[in-house]
Design a protein around this ligand. Structure first.
Ligand code: GLC
Length: 626
């Protein structure tokens, strides 16, 4: 075993191991990336006896991966402009392979539809081999190199990636690297005491350490088990943040990093273009802390990023951190994750619709939207997960809002318990000890379409108009474009009834897709309006990038911002989250030339006459600043 020493010595050791076989392109990237990888390894594994050995082995794996990387992917790497995901043409879609299309062959058959919709990015929910029965919707992975047999094969996934690429669509899959399923080979070997794997997970003989950790950790899936550990059949305790069959990996062991980097490199060479980095906040544990978003979690992501930059330089990471907004943004940098979900904008869009008050959302857009260069938000209205009210209490307090009671209100509102609510949602993971809960439900059901509320369709379209115009990659939860409603059948399914998120994970709604061109149906109307917004977005250069210039009106119900393209050409977005019409007076709009163009309705407007925004109405106006 060899420990890390100095950069020069360790670089010479790592380079010597690959020099004979690596090409110049790889060696150039090695020279570029190795110093930072070494620095990160030193911070993470400086004390470990096997630090240098694992670092050299990781570099050797990267080199071997590059040498077998298919030529078309190398061409893609070379052609990729670093800001490719900033384009106004970007549009993401996400779906479950089985629920949306049966299997991978079915997804392939949907490519013409994806093109019709304008997708440039397709996230297929976890499709790897998992335990039979309950597997957290695929998030309990038994092998990263095998596709679940019911969905297809790895060869089919590779072909699909190539076909999508030809259609201008980047394939996105999950990299579920915080944990494996309890049936993964590493897990089985660890439990049996195989010395190579014994230290791959966090296993303790008695409750002493689990109790000590649990004094400061949060319960994530309290319906499944209390605390952060579950008991093994032999009486020992294993770290398990999510379901009891999802075991957290021990990244304090550099062999775990090396092994996972190998799985990542394998996926990279199948033609995946973006990896969705699952549950990033949880990947490093330290006693006496919440074990969330520790500095080492960032070092680990940066180390994975450096390995990928050596072996698959055209790829990007998307962070999934559904935590305090300060933490969410901390994962975004070109050397860590280039992309991140924007859970704050998502949650506050729903918050604004419930309260008919846009101020919290406006505040978030004003001060929490900006990002480092070379990074972008993924903006969405709904995902496969629950909605957690992850706004900052200190932000809410500035507006006189108490975070705790406001969350209680939002949970009641969106689970149908608040009188007069338009929403039909279901509680997820209610924790009686803390009063915490989250909300499940499809976007259409939460917006009021299921309850046949008069404003339902307008609200739902408004939410998308925000996600489509605030920059980065807008991500459509497929089925939403035809206003898919809740599916309550999970309650009769013994495997799914314990997880209410299945309420918004229904099968592809064939009937609604069949109605998508019929304006007499909600599906047809929503589809027509959303596809119009998509086509306007994709032909409006102001919507590229992420930068946003705030715009304030005197109305609490109105959210405003401007998007700018070079040379100075602006789009002003105004959205009324309230239930009553708002008149914007000419003075508020007097910073612009009077002639403006409404991009959604293709009409000229005279701003000297002011502007009427109907209930749940919005405008995308091309304006000229004076
Ligand atoms: C992520 C996924 C969620 C899953 C969890 C555990 O948060 O989005 O669906 O339950 O990770 O893998």
């Amino acid at each position: 075993m060899t420990a890390l020493t100095t950069l020069d010595v360790d670089r010479a050791a790592a380079r010597a191991a690959v020099e004979a076989t690596a090409d110049e392109a790889f060696l150039a990237r090695f020279d570029d990336q190795f110093p930072r990888l070494h620095d990160l390894f030193t911070r993470l594994y400086g004390e470990r006896a096997d630090g240098q050995e694992q670092l050299s082995a990781t570099v050797a794996a990267a080199s071997a991966s590059w040498s077998t990387r298919p030529l078309d992917l190398k061409v893609r790497d070379a052609q990729r402009d670093p800001g490719w995901f900033q384009s106004e043409r970007m549009l993401g879609g996400v779906c479950y392979v089985d629920r949306y299309a049966g299997n991978l062959a079915g997804i392939r058959d949907q490519i013409p539809y994806f093109r019709e919709l304008g997708l440039t990015y397709l996230h297929l929910m976890p499709l790897f081999d998992t335990p039979e029965g309950d597997n957290d919707g695929g998030y309990a992975v038994s092998s990263y190199r095998r596709v679940s047999p019911s969905l297809g094969t790895m060869a089919q996934l590779t072909e699909l990636a190539a076909e999508l690429r030809l259609a201008g669509i980047s394939l996105v899959v999950d990299f579920i690297f915080n944990h494996t399923s309890s049936e993964h080979e590493w897990a089985r070997k660890a439990v049996c005491g195989d010395p190579e794997f014994a230290d791959f997970y966090l296993i303790f003989d008695d409750r002493e350490m689990p109790d000590a950790y649990e004094r400061t950790t949060r319960e994530i899936f309290p319906d499944d088990h209390r605390g952060s550990f579950v008991q093994l059949a032999d009486g020992r305790w294993i770290w398990s943040t999510f379901y009891h069959y999802q075991w957290d990996l021990n990244y304090a062991n550099p062999a775990v990093f090396r092994a996972m980097a190998g799985e990542m490199l394998f996926l990279a060479n199948q033609g995946v273009e973006v990896l969705r980095m699952d549950a990033v906040a949880f990947i490093w544990k330290r006693l006496g802390t919440a074990c969330e978003s520790l500095p080492e979690a960032h070092f680990l992501l940066q180390a994975f990023n450096a390995v990928l930059a050596m072996a698959a330089p055209g790829m990007a990471f998307k962070s999934e951190a559904i935590v305090h907004p300060d933490e969410v943004v901390s994962y975004l940098s070109p050397g860590e994750c280039e992309l991140s979900y924007n859970p704050l904008q998502m949650a506050l869009t729903w918050e604004a619709l419930a309260t008919r008050d846009g101020r919290l959302l406006q505040q978030a857009l004003d001060r929490r939207h900006a990002l480092p260069p070379g990074t972008a938000w993924v903006n969405y209205v709904r995902s496969h997960d629950d909605i957690g009210w992850t706004f900052a209490d200190e932000d809410a307090a500035e507006l006189g809002i108490d975070g705790y009671t406001h969350r209680q209100f939002l949970n009641r509102f969106y689970t149908g318990k608040h009188e007069g609510t338009f929403a039909r949602g279901v509680a997820f993971q209610e924790n009686p000890a803390t009063g915490d809960a989250r909300v499940a439900g499809t976007g259409a059901s939460l917006a009021g379409i299921e309850a046949m509320d008069a404003g339902g369709e307008d609200r739902f379209v408004l939410a998308h108009a925000l996600a489509l115009s605030t920059g980065g990659i807008p991500l459509l939860y497929l089925g939403d474009e035809v206003a898919q409603l809740n599916d309550y059948s999970y309650r009769d399914d013994p495997v799914r009834r314990g997880d209410s998120r299945w309420v918004h994970r229904g099968n592809r709604p064939r009937d609604r897709y069949a109605q998508r061109n019929d304006p007499a149906t909600p599906a047809g109307r929503v589809f027509r309006r959303l596809t119009k917004l998509i086509s306007v977005r994709q032909s409006t250069p102001e919507f590229a990038g992420n930068a946003l210039i705030p715009f304030h009106t005197p109305h609490a119900a109105v959210v405003g911002y401007q998007r700018e393209a070079v040379p100075a050409s602006r789009v002003l977005v105004l959205a009324n989250v309230g239930d009553v019409e708002v008149a914007i007076d000419p003075l508020t709009l007097s910073g612009f030339e009077r002639g403006a163009f409404d991009l959604v309705h293709d009409t000229e407007l005279d701003l000297d006459e002011g502007l009427h925004l109907p209930a749940h109405g919005f405008v995308w106006l091309r304006v000229t600043p004076l």
